[in-house]
Ligand binder design. Sequence first.
Ligand SMILES: [Zn+2]
Length: 471
Amino acid sequence: MARTGTALSISFVLMAVCGLAVIAQTPTVDWQRQRAETLKHYRALLQIDTSNPPGNETRAVEYLRNVLEAEGIPTQTFALDPKRANLVARLKGNGSKRPLLILAHTDVVGVQREKWPVDPFGAVLKDGYIWGRGSRDDKPNLVANLMVMLLLKRSGVALDRDVIFLAESGEEADVTGVGINFMVAQHFADIDAEFSITEGGGGRLDGERVSTINVGTAEKVPARVRLVATGQSGHGSVPRLDNPLIHLSAAIEKLGRWEPPMRFNATTKLYFERLAATVPPETAAIYKGLDDPQRAPASLRYLAEKDPQRYSMLRTSIVPTMLKAGVGPNVIPSEAEATLDIRALPDEDIKTFYDEMNRVIGDPAVKIVPLPPTRPPSPASRLDTEMYRTLEQVSKGMYPTATVLPTMSTGSSDMAQLRAKGIQSYGIGPAVSVEDENYGAHSDVERLLESSLYRFVEFTWNVVNAASAHR
Ligand SMILES: [Zn+2]
């Protein structure tokens, strides 16, 4: 593989820290010159159709392996399913700090081609955007991590810690456990790290300016259940008090109206505090009111009505999503069931929470049956780590007027598996505008502003360097 100009030099900066002279190697990069190479790899990766199912992520792995190995970076592939491989590459540090894992998933969600104005796997450049499935989720992170590995290798910068690159399969739906579950269960030693950075954050663009930067530090834990009501079956012409549909409906109604207790954690506390400083006074008063027992009910009512996403960040949530009952219009069934999508706060004791739900339902004919967990419980990542501080510093360095918001996702990601193993994990991503929200992850059409891609590669590079380069 031809190698474009490296455009790298190492500048040695002499710093006096606490009376000690410290040599910090700060490789400087000519970002203008990295654009063509970044775009080439990004477009090539978008053009590889890794729709999951079926995935076929091995084709992306082959591309990445060729690029890395041409640069002299050895790679390893790990595959539970040969078509759905994961790739690991490691740049060695001196071991004075534990490794940093930079990971991204190679699979994308499927497409409905008729919804696309361009070929979803064409990586078309139009109106300043790059269009394509995966252009937001998750190929910006994938190409940023790739570029960081190439630039680290070319710069020859000495590292205090190993930097581990992971391109993982099956993030979007890992029903057969080919991706992070396989890597954690079978090859954890190859990816074990102090910190990881991956998707799950991003910036907000207001015109040219980045106004906020979200760093993903926590996520809710899926804890879905079936709600099963049982009674005596019978003829539809004879009303029965134990009709399971009546009992099930009443239980759903009670849970739907129940407001589980609100609770901040370190992430959401700081999130709402900082958010309040970025919005008009009326909205700020709503966020600040959350912390005041007198004003909290009004604030919560506002969020429940107008801002359900943020409402969900404050409590374990229960959302009925499916109903199943009955075999015919004249038959009382002996069973009726609902599925509840429960998303628990990271510190929730879920058994106690189910007990509380039982108390709310107050009906022995209705049972809560937990579904098999899809993610392990994962504690929030800390805000007092070197990596979190680095993410804040780099954000401030690149975007001095931006507000950095530690964020708890109401969804879940592969960080859950990593956090459950003790890796402090943080979500990052490129900056997008309000209009771009219609072109985000899993939307009918995805696109990313070309300039945001380049800034994000630079951001990722700055973070990895600040956290890993030898001091
Ligand atoms: Zn993703």
